[in-house]
Structures are given as structure tokens and as C-alpha cells.
Write a protein that binds this ligand. Structure first.
Ligand code: ADP
Ligand code: ZN
Length: 729
């Protein structure tokens, strides 16, 4: 079977994501070793799961996290793939049974923990050699490197893999690897002329928002109140913080629990399980939480304080929205937190370590207070180009913030002050000098310089705001231990050649607060039927309990959203819903279709499948079209929930024509007249008809005036006609 049919049949997906197909081909056709760098939620698993199903033998997956292993295997089995895992949590009988099954060649994908390969736990390489291994997949491959953030000594055994199996392709996958780690992975695994795939690290479905920490608890509850049904993670700096927030949130009526390394193992597992099963909506955690979590429907990640570096921020926010649905990353920033973190950094082991941490903290703080598109900043930080605006971060969405004005004169004042002061002072001194401050200390000789006091129209805060931008835009730079300001070449052309500078206007706190109103209230998703979604979620939960797996292993939220958007009412519709592969259609299809059918008849809602069904289904019918069937086609589409405009577009007819088709069904009683004209208008039109008798449509229209459309009048006429028919019979 080719890769696309496998994707459809087993996983229920229509097409590969960018890069997946190339990777699958490299592994299966070229038998190449590969290194795959893809962000969380990018779809790494399919890069080896699809090849596993295409190749004749077994695929061995090395994965460090036992909890994830089980979920992956459960999910694969539900899709009809014979997958299994071997790990220390199983008793020896289970392991023996499994080994027999593997030897018989019945298992397509075998997940193992890296400890297995350690010679101390037996000759596992020897065992594998007796099998027909088609592919090795090494998940979380950065664990092999000291440079990675999560080094695992057991991964070092994997260095021998290629010498034991020189002809079996190896695919190594990771979501986090800088250049150094990347090189290290390739070297340690001894990959043979590997192909490296680096996908974009843009998480387009995550909306980044950074807000002032002032009054943040009320902002937080406002944010959470708008997402009561959704699940998410709140990250805090300390264990005590997590307990604190969890308690306050619980008091405020939210379903929240704390999670940190100080809790005993049982409590931790219990809380993690409850979160996985959506029983607890919010987990309030230290950054340790998340490694073992593969939950795909985390809708928001909140940072109550700034993380220590951008890498951490990216990784933690990346736990939101693995299923690709719109998700939120919200961070509360304060200069106070920055100071606190700096103090921690000072206590680090060595001066070199402290220095690196400080630099990373500065970059993180810069990210928080910058006016650059968040996504652009993040991606540039990871050496990826990105054109702003992204349209999905607070900077790009807030037109007030994105707004710029000609700030050339402001910039020139600032630059000329720096220049007069011979580029020997920091920002605060320059600002006080510009303001002509009488309270701050200014050297006497500076008081006679021409620029002294030339910037008194702006407050200290405003000047800080503008200096920050001049730094961001690289007109000036900070220099040396005392952060002395220097003018860059770019800045010189502003000073001497009048080059235009665009700045963001200053907004006082008061304005910022007013604008905030409603910011968190918008719903994350729209256009799907929430009521149906909830019903389907319950159905999913029931099925998940039967199988004893987390809900998202049965179906992700993305599948439920599609179901409650398009309302498939027939089994054949399901193959167009993402996540329904052949096995799942057979296993769960009827239950979902029947739930949807019940919902439709109970609430008088119609299926919208026609919007996504392949377009040929309509023209096929129209081949045999008589005029009556063309009317019927419009009716059918209308009843499936399409608008007149959509039907017109779909059928390539004029809207007026479609409207006429539909108006006919007022006569037959299949459509209610009130769908086309309001009660009040209907009454007026009827009165006019009574008054003038059976006159032409044009005349009626003239009598009724601009406010009435032809189709409203026609609707009324047909309605009267229908009533007469009824009376006659
Ligand atoms: P990663 O391991 O890179 O974090 P996953 O492999 O868990 O990501 O995939 C993330 C989500 O995306 C899963 O819910 C998966 O089913 C879905 N997904 C992956 N590839 C596709 C695809 N081609 N079409 C639709 N959904 C996909
Ligand atoms: Zn943006």
C-alpha cells in the first residue's frame, strides 16, 4: 500500500503535513538515515509509524517516557495497528507472551525504553538480530547529547546501534535541538550520510500574548472564565506558588490542582491522570510538569512569571495545541520578576554559568517588552526567518500597539543628546538631561549644552518607552558594564540625513487597561456547535473509560470539532472527518453518527457535510437534471445548512436563481415563509395585495418601496397562494 492510503486507512488523515511525506519516502524508498527536527505537535510520530506499516518487518521505537509509550501504543491499537511496548512496568509473564508474539512476526511497531538496550539487562541487540527489523526510530533524540537539556545516560547505548545493524535505516526525532545538539546527535548515533529535515518551528495555532503583571490575578480569572470548558497549564516559579494559585483558583470556582516535584509520587500520578482525562481542567505546575504529557487538547498555557529563557518559554508554550486547534499562550511580565530571577542566577554554580543565564534572562525580558511581533521574535531567536505581522499575537492583533507615527524628531532629540554627552552616559542620565531635570543630578557643564531640556514635553516613562524602541530598532546600542548608549551607523543616518523613524505611540497605563476589557473574552473557536461538541465529548469519555485510555487516544478534540461543525449524519460521511480511519469508522462510527442524528432531529439542526464533500457529488446529479430536480438540488443544499450565496457558488448559478428555486418550496410547505420575510413585512405586503388586488409584481414593488425586496414580495405571494390551495382542498 502506498503511504497516502496508509495515512487515510489507519490514521484517517487526508494529506501529509509539510515534510512528513519527504521523510517517509527517505526512509522507505531510499532507506536513508534521517534526523528530524520538528516542533511539538508537528507530527513526528507519523514519520515512523507510516513507514512501519509500509515495510515488511518490525519497527523498533526507542522512547524515554513510559507513560507516553503506553498512550502511543493504545492509540495505534485503536487504529488497527498491531503495536506493543516492552518495559519494566510489565510482569514477566506478559513480557514472555509478547516476546512470542514478536518472534512470530505479529507485531509491527515495538516501543522500548532505552534501558532495554543496556547490556546489563540482557542481550537485547542479540534478540533483535533474530528478528526482521525494518527501521529504528529514536524519539526525543536530544537525550543522547550532553548539550541537550535532558541527557539520559542510557541513550549512549544507541551509539552501537549502527554497528549492529549497518543496513537498517535509523530515524532520529526531536523537538528541541540547537546546532550543537544536532551535531552531537548525528555523531553519537553514527548515522550514515544522514538526511536532516528541519521543519519550521512556527506554531501558527498558538496565540502569544504578554501582559503587564499588575493586577494579574483578576486578569487571569477573566481569562479562565472565558474558557471554563477548556483545559490548560499554569506555570509558576516555585512550588509554594503552585499551591497558592491552585487554592485561590479553586476558591474562585475553577477546577485546578497543583503539581510539583515536592508531592509524593502517588499524588503526582493521580493529578496527572485526572488532568489527562479532563477531570481536572487546570494544572498549576512548576516547569517540571509537561515532559511526560502528550495531551493533545491543552488549550492554554499561562506563565504567571517570566520563564528563565526563551528556550523554556517556547517549549512550555509548545505544550498547548498539539492537535492544531487555536490555543493561547499568556504570560504576565513584571520587571520585579526579572530582578528576582537575576538574583537566582547570581547564586548559580560558576561565574560562566551565571553569565550565560543572565544573558538569556535579558533576552527573555527583551522579548516580553519588545514591540516586535512575538512570533517573529521567537523564530528569529531560533535562526528562522519570519515576515511579520503574524496576525496571531498581541502585538499584531492590537492595532493601537501596531500603530506607528513619524517619530523622527523624537529620535533626533535623543540621538543628539547622546552625541552631545559624548556617548558616555546611560539611558537614565540622557533622559534626565533631555528633560532638563532640576532634581536629578546633572553635571553643571552639561546644563549649558544646546540639547539640555529640549525634551521636557515628555515624561520619564515616555522617554523610556521611546529609548527602548530606539534600542530595539538598533538606532542605538548599549555598551559595556554601565550600559552606556552609543549611536549606531543606522542612528547616524537619522541624525545627519533625516532618515525617517517610525515609532509606536506611548500609551498610559490607564488606556492600556481600558483596551484590555474584553480581550480575554473572545472564544477560542467558533463556528462549531458547542452543545453537540459537549454531547460528543461525553460519548468519547464513555468509550475511553471502556477502553481504559485517556479520551484523546480515542479521538482528539480536532475530530470532535470537525464532527460538531459539519454534523455527518451518514456512515459514508465519516471518511471525510479527520481522525476516522477504517478501523475507527467500523468501531465507533455508528455510535457517533447516531448521536449526531439524534441531535439533529431533536434540535432541528441540519448536516453541513455538503461544505466539505468533494464537489463532484453535486454535478453528478445535475447530469440528469430536469428543472424540477434543479429546484430540489437547491432545496437539499439549503436544508443541509448552506446559505443562498454558498449554494449559488457551489452550483455556479446566480443567487437570484437559487432564491427563486427556494421560494417555490413555500408553495409546497417544505420551507417556512418566515425564512424569507419577517412577520411584520409579510403583513404589510399582504395588506397591499388586498388593497390592489392581483396586480403585477413590479407594481407591488413600486407600491411597497425600497424597503422591500423582490424576493420578499415573491415569498408573500407564494405564501398566499399556498394558503388558497389549502383552502381549496
Ligand atoms: P509530535 O510528536 O511532533 O509532538 P504528534 O506526532 O503527536 O506530534 O502529532 C501531533 C498531532 O497532529 C496528533 O494529534 C496527530 O494525530 C496530528 N497529525 C499528525 N500528522 C497529521 C496529518 N498529516 N494530518 C492531520 N493530523 C496530523
Ligand atoms: Zn505577530
Amino acid at each position: 500500500m502506498n503511504s497516502l492510503s496508509i495515512l487515510k486507512q489507519y490514521f484517517g488523515f487526508e494529506k501529509f503535513r509539510p515534510m512528513q511525506e519527504d521523510i517517509v519516502n527517505a526512509v522507505t524508498l531510499d532507506k536513508k538515515d534521517c534526523l528530524v527536527l520538528m516542533p511539538t505537535g508537528g507530527g513526528k510520530s507519523l514519520c515512523y509509524q507510516v513507514p512501519a506499516l509500509m515495510m515488511p518487518g518490525i519497527t523498533v521505537v526507542i522512547s524515554p517516557l513510559i507513560a507516553l509509550m503506553k498512550d502511543q501504543v493504545d492509540a495505534l491499537r485503536l487504529n488497527g495497528v498491531n503495536a506493543a511496548f516492552l518495559n519494566s512496568s510489565q510482569d514477566s509473564y506478559t513480557q514472555d507472551q509478547l516476546i512470542q508474539e514478536i518472534i512470530r512476526g505479529d507485531v509491527k511497531l515495538l516501543y522500548i525504553a532505552p534501558e532495554r538496550l543496556n547490556p546489563a539487562s540482557g542481550d537485547f541487540f542479540g534478540f533483535l538480530k533474530r528478528l526482521n527489523v525494518s527501521l529504528f526510530a529514536i524519539d526525543e533524540a536530544h537525550c543522547i547529547s550532553h548539550w541537550g537539556h535532558d541527557f539520559r545516560p542510557d541513550y549512549l547505548t544507541l551509539s552501537k546501534l549502527k554497528s549492529h545493524f549497518p543496513d537498517v535505516p535509523v530515524i532520529a526525532l526531536t523537538a528541541t535541538a540547537d546546532e550543537l545538539t544536532r551535531k552531537d546527535i548525528l555523531e553519537r548515533l553514527h548515522l550514515n550520510e544522514p538526511k536532516v529535515f528541519i521543519s519550521s518551528f512556527n506554531r501558527a495555532n498558538i496565540r502569544y500574548t504578554i501582559d503587564d503583571k499588575n493586577d494579574h490575578f483578576s486578569k487571569l480569572t477573566e481569562f479562565l472564565a472565558a474558557r471554563k470548558d477548556e483545559t490548560g497549564i499554569i506555570y509558576c516559579l516555585s512550588r509554594a506558588n503552585t499551591e497558592d494559585y491552585a487554592e485561590k483558583l479553586t476558591e474562585a470556582g475553577f477546577s485546578a490542582q497543583a503539581y510539583h516535584a515536592g508531592l509524593d509520587a502517588n499524588t503526582r500520578t493521580d493529578r496527572q491522570e485526572k488532568f489527562k482525562r479532563d477531570e481536572t481542567k487546570i494544572i498549576v505546575a512548576t516547569t517540571a510538569f509537561g515532559m511526560g504529557i502528550d495531551k493533545s487538547n491543552v488549550r492554554f498555557v499561562v506563565h504567571t512569571s517570566m520563564p528563565k529563557n526563551i528556550e523554556g518559554y517556547y517549549q512550555e508554550t509548545g505544550r498547548a495545541g498539539r492537535d492544531g486547534l487555536p490555543s493561547q499562550a499568556l504570560l504576565f511580565y513584571s520587571a520585579g520578576d526579572l530582578m528576582k530571577l537575576k538574583k537566582f542566577a547570581f547564586n548559580e554554580t560558576g561565574p560562566a554559568q551565571t553569565k550565560i543565564m543572565m544573558q538569556k534572562l535579558e533576552r527573555m525580558a527583551d522579548f516580553c517588552s519588545s514591540y516586535t511581533c512575538r512570533r517573529k521574535y521567537l523564530l528569529n531567536y531560533f535562526d528562522e526567518e519570519f515576515e511579520a505581522p503574524c496576525g496571531n499575537c498581541d502585538i499584531c492583533l492590537n492595532t493601537k500597539v501596531a500603530e506607528t507615527f513619524d517619530g523622527t524628531i523624537i529620535a533626533q532629540k535623543a540621538l543628539s543628546a547622546i552625541s552631545r554627552l559624548k556617548e558616555k552616559f546611560g539611558a537614565l542620565y540622557v533622559i534626565n538631561f533631555l528633560k532638563g531635570s532640576t532634581t536629578a543630578k546633572i553635571y553643571d557643564e552639561h546644563k549649558y549644552l544646546p540639547t539640555f531640556g529640549r525634551g521636557s514635553e515628555y515624561s520619564l516613562e515616555e522617554w523610556r518607552h521611546y529609548f527602548k524602541q530606539l534600542l530595539d530598532l538598533h538606532y542605538i546600542e548599549k555598551y559595556g558594564e554601565y550600559s552606556v548608549l552609543k549611536i549606531t551607523t543606522k542612528g547616524k543616518s537619522v541624525l545627519f540625513n533625516d532618515e525617517q523613524v517610525l515609532l509606536h505611540p506611548f500609551k498610559s497605563k490607564k488606556i492600556a487597561r481600558v483596551e484590555r476589557k474584553g480581550k480575554y473574552e473572545e472564544a477560542a473557536l467558533d463556528d462549531y456547535n458547542k452543545e453537540l461538541f459537549d454531547e460528543l465529548r461525553k460519548l468519547r469519555l464513555a468509550l475511553a473509560s471502556l477502553e481504559n485510555v485517556p479520551s484523546y487516544v480515542i479521538f482528539t478534540d480536532k475530530t470532535l470539532v470537525e464532527l460538531s461543525t459539519y454534523l455527518p449524519t451518514q456512515m459514508s460521511d465519516l471518511e471525510h472527518i479527520s481522525g476516522f480511519g477504517t478501523v475507527k469508522i467500523n468501531k465507533y462510527g455508528e455510535q457517533f453518527v447516531s448521536a449526531i442524528n439524534h441531535f439533529c432531529s431533536r434540535t432541528n439542526t441540519h448536516s453541513r457535510m455538503s461544505e466539505i464533500l468533494p464537489a463532484q457529488s453535486a454535478p453528478k446529479k445535475s447530469v440528469s437534471s430536469s428543472s424540477s430536480s434543479t429546484f430540489l438540488q437547491s432545496l437539499e443544499l439549503y436544508q443541509r445548512g448552506m446559505t443562498v450565496a454558498e449554494i449559488a457558488q457551489r452550483r455556479n448559478l446566480k443567487e437570484a436563481t437559487i432564491q427563486d428555486h427556494l421560494l417555490q418550496f413555500i408553495l409546497t410547505g417544505e420551507l417556512n415563509v418566515l425564512k424569507f420575510v419577517t412577520k411584520e413585512k409579510l403583513k404589510t405586503i399582504e395588506e397591499k395585495i388586498e388593497e390592489h388586488g392581483n396586480v403585477s409584481l413590479t407594481l407591488l414593488k413600486e407600491q411597497l418601496g425600497e424597503e422591500f425586496t423582490y424576493s420578499e414580495i415573491k415569498a408573500a405571494i407564494n405564501y398566499r397562494r399556498k394558503l388558497r390551495e389549502v383552502v381549496k382542498n
